[in-house]
Each structure stands twice: as structure tokens, then as C-alpha cells.
Write a protein that binds this ligand. Sequence first.
Ligand code: HPA
Length: 278
Amino acid sequence: MEETITLEEIDHIVHSIRSRTGMQPEVAMILGSGLGGLAEAVEDQAVIPFEELPPWPVSTVMGHQGRLVLGRLEGKSVAVMRGRSHYYEGYSMARLGLPVRVFQRLGVKVLIVTNAAGAVNPGFDPGDVMLITDHINLIGMAGLTPLRGQNLDELGPRFPDMSRAYDRDLSQLARQAAEQVGLPLREGVYVCLAGPSFETPADLRFLRMIGADAVGMSTVPEVTVARHGGLRVLGLSGISNKANLDGDTITTHDEVLQAGQILVPKLTALVRETLRCL
Ligand code: HPA
């Protein structure tokens, strides 16, 4: 039987968070592989390890430090997920969507998601930042979605629209913020695969053919839940490696984490400026 998450479980976590901090977050952020450093900039932090918020999914991957950081950044109240979990770690899709449900019930209106991604677009290089303009839910097309099962009508509609998964106003704000901080901003379509194996050259040529610019193993489940719940979403990919379309190079997790070190200052500047203008 597939795992489901109840409204009671979600609200229990919401109460647990409220009992530790009076902070009312307006913006939630999910930080991907190697990008957790962004959380250090948060002021007046209340830090809650994910383990203390069961059944919050706890990441098992190196490069993800699992804790929720609540505080202020650029004058905004934020809830930052330092580290996230992935489907390949064995969690159900429903569990992966739980943190976004908690944000929704906490009253968060805007979700900023970041991830590390491989460049499928041959014009992109490691260290580039890509504004996600849309995604291909390849994992969802294969049936893996957090919205499977009974719909909780209190949280959103049975058949949510996904025509504007990534908010146009927030995207425009991010473009202006990038210009302001002098960061060249790529734009493109993110495709989510289950992983954990990286792609074969034939996989990558297929992904390029169907219109993907960047590939990764996260984000789309969370964004699907966020849109179901009516949150506005801004998505940013840190390009950590060039996809290996010709089979001549290999991709490693170390490479992804190393690129994260270059990407953290760029994403920090971009997210801070975007928040400031929000
Ligand atoms: N493929 C899939 N996921 C990734 C990659 C990649 O090349 N880089 C970072 N996450």
C-alpha cells in the first residue's frame, strides 16, 4: 500500500514549528545539492533538524544537511530547507511533498527552489545559473507524483493547472535581480528523472530532443505540490556539470558538490536581491 500523508500529520508539524518560533514565514526556500550555504545568511535563526519533525523526509545524501532554518533574510521572513530528499533515497512521493504542505499550512505564499543540475543545453557551462522557465515532469509521466491518491480538498484541487508552474512575476523579478548583481542568467526547461544513476549519452540526446536544457533528480515533485497548494514558485538551477551527450566524459557527485561551491555565492547574491525586491 502506498504511503499517504494526512492533514493531521501536516498540522502536527506546523504546531511543532510554531511551538519553537513565533516567526511567520512568507517565503520558503529549498536548497539543493551543495547549495546549503545560502542558509548561513539567514538572521535570527531558529534551527530545527528534520529528525525532530517526523515524518519529515531526512536526506541521506552527502552534501545535504537536513535542517529547517527559520529567520529573516533581506527583511523577509523565510523558512529555509537546508538539504532536501529525493525519490531515489526510497521515500514515497507523498513524503517528498510533505515539507511543501507544511509551508503551505504555515501560510507561506512564495516558494523558491534551487537545485544542482546537469546542462543538457550545449551552450551552458558548469557554474552557470539557470532560471527555470518550465519543467518536463518525466518522472510524473511515468506515474510518480505526490498528488497520487485521495485528494485533500482543503489543500488544493484534484486536477491542478500547471500551465504557469513558474511564476512570471517572480521570474521577471529574478531577471532584474540578476542584472542588478551583474550575474548572467541562463533560462530554460528543467527535466526531472528518478536517478540515482546519471544519464547515458542516449538518455541525454533524448532529453535534448524533447526540449530540456537542464536535468536533475529533484524539484518537480515539490513544485507540483506547491502549485496544487496555490504557492507561487521561483525555480533556479545551478549548473554543476555538462551533460555527457557524446559519452566522452563522466559525471560524478563530487563534481556536482564542487560546482556548488562556485554556485553558492552566485545564488546567494541572486536570491538575496530577489528577496529584497519582493
Ligand atoms: N544529471 C542528473 N542530475 C544531476 C546532474 C546530472 O548531470 N547534475 C546534477 N544533478
